[in-house]
Ligand binder design. Structure first.
Ligand SMILES: [Zn+2]
Length: 402
């Protein structure tokens, strides 16, 4: 490295950031977008950027940047949390961006900037801050988003209005790097330290409505029933069976929401409405799974004399990471974590998904202990965090403009 990073300073800053909204339970943090803890933490971050010699910029959405003077590589993530969150999640990537940009600035380059995007966790809309930055959502559209308490984003962002300087355009950067905890147990279970992200997986979701005949559970003979729940169970069993030859170990699918009508012990269910959601990095596999879901649904419903209505699919397309950025991360991982790293897809959405249409992007994962995240118990060994920082810095040195 031509710019020596400082792991002690990096960890100290990470712990200071944890202090904004510290829950008192373990290392837990409560720091939702635009909350007083979030606004205070963003003001602190601005101070750190200034102290590092970076030019601070806060856009109207509340994304906070520390800018190098010239065209630069952008590194960061988000520092807002879930209503009950962990201390690392996006904060890890934000402070990694701060440390690497600062260390580079101290020796006169390469030009590296840092960012904390706003509302990644979806108080108003998932990955909303980076969507506005990337131009996928206008500020006016974002302002109409409403949180669970009925507060609009337009109102909420007033809490940061005194900090806003100006919008920042993506074209002043040559790419985006994001470090994040893996939020699963893939690395932790394998005893590995670094994950180089290949793709952020795509997602499909449909709602299925099964309509049978609601009836008395005591007097309706079994062979005369049109039981919507039995049809749902048969469809689930058929999916387990038919997916077997299509999925990979990285494919996931979930029946996550089920509503039975009338949902009473003494009534044969007349209606079952449920969601099927499936995720994978390959569009073709997502397509095949969709065909499979439609088939048994219709067949089984017919066999049980129940009507099936399939809703239209919600679609999020898979987002591949830029090959040159993957290579730089892989090279650095091979150097510092030989035999202890892998390429892997991300099953969760990240800010990098939004930046991919406008900038080359790359992502690096560090292990989550026990695979736990979005919870106070979320943690990663400090040695693993520091290794991640080292790998990220090496890749950044390669990828930053000269
Ligand atoms: Zn996150």
């Amino acid at each position: 490295l031509t710019f020596p990073i400082n792991p002690q300073r990096f960890l100290a800053d990470l712990h200071t950031l944890r202090g904004f909204g510290a829950s008192g339970v373990g290392k837990g943090v409560v720091r939702q977008a635009y909350s007083s803890a979030d606004v205070a933490s963003r003001a602190w971050l601005v101070d750190q950027f200034v102290a590092a010699g970076l030019e601070p910029a806060v856009d109207p959405m509340g994304n906070v940047f520390g800018l190098a003077g010239s065209r630069s590589l952008l590194i960061g993530s988000h520092s807002d949390t879930q209503p009950e969150g962990g201390w690392l999640d996006g904060a890890l990537g934000v402070i990694a961006g701060l440390e690497i940009a600062r260390a580079a600035m101290e020796v006169g380059g390469p030009p590296i900037s840092a960012v904390s995007f706003q509302d990644e966790e979806g108080r108003f809309g998932a990955i909303a801050g980076s969507a506005v930055f990337a131009g996928l959502l206008t500020q006016d559209e974002a302002d109409l988003l409403v949180d669970a308490d009925g507060v609009s984003l337009a109102e909420a962002r007033q809490a940061m209005s005194h900090m806003v300087t100006r919008p920042v355009a993506p074209d002043r950067f040559n790419g985006f790097l994001e470090m994040h905890i893996e939020q699963g147990a893939t690395l932790d279970t394998a005893g590995q330290k670094i994950g180089v992200v290949t793709d952020i997986v795509g997602l499909r979701q449909i709602e299925v409505r099964l309509t049978g005949q609601q009836n008395h559970a005591g007097t309706t003979m079994m062979h005369l029933r049109k039981d919507a729940f039995q049809a749902l169970m048969a469809i689930n069993a058929a999916l387990v069976d038919r997916f077997r030859n299509v999925v990979t170990p990285n494919t996931v699918w979930t029946i996550g929401r089920v509503q039975l009508r009338p949902n009473a012990p003494s009534v044969v269910p007349g209606e079952a409405v449920f969601t099927v959601q499936w995720r994978d990095a390959e569009e073709r596999r997502l397509d095949r799974m969709q065909t499979i879901i439609n088939e048994p649904g219709v067949e089984i419903a017919a066999a049980l004399d129940v009507k099936a209505r399939m809703g239209s699919a919600e679609v999020l397309t898979p987002v591949p990471m830029t090959p040159a950025f993957q290579s730089a991360l892989a090279e650095a991982a091979a150097k510092h974590a030989s035999g202890l790293w892998r390429r892997m897809p991300s099953g969760a959405l990240h800010d990098a998904s939004n930046l991919a249409p406008v900038l080359p992007v790359g992502m690096l994962f560090v292990p989550s202990i026990g695979g736990i995240s979005h919870a106070f118990a979320e943690d990663t060994a400090e040695a693993d965090i520091n290794l991640g920082l080292q790998v990220l810095a090496e890749a950044a040195e390669q990828l930053a403009p000269r």
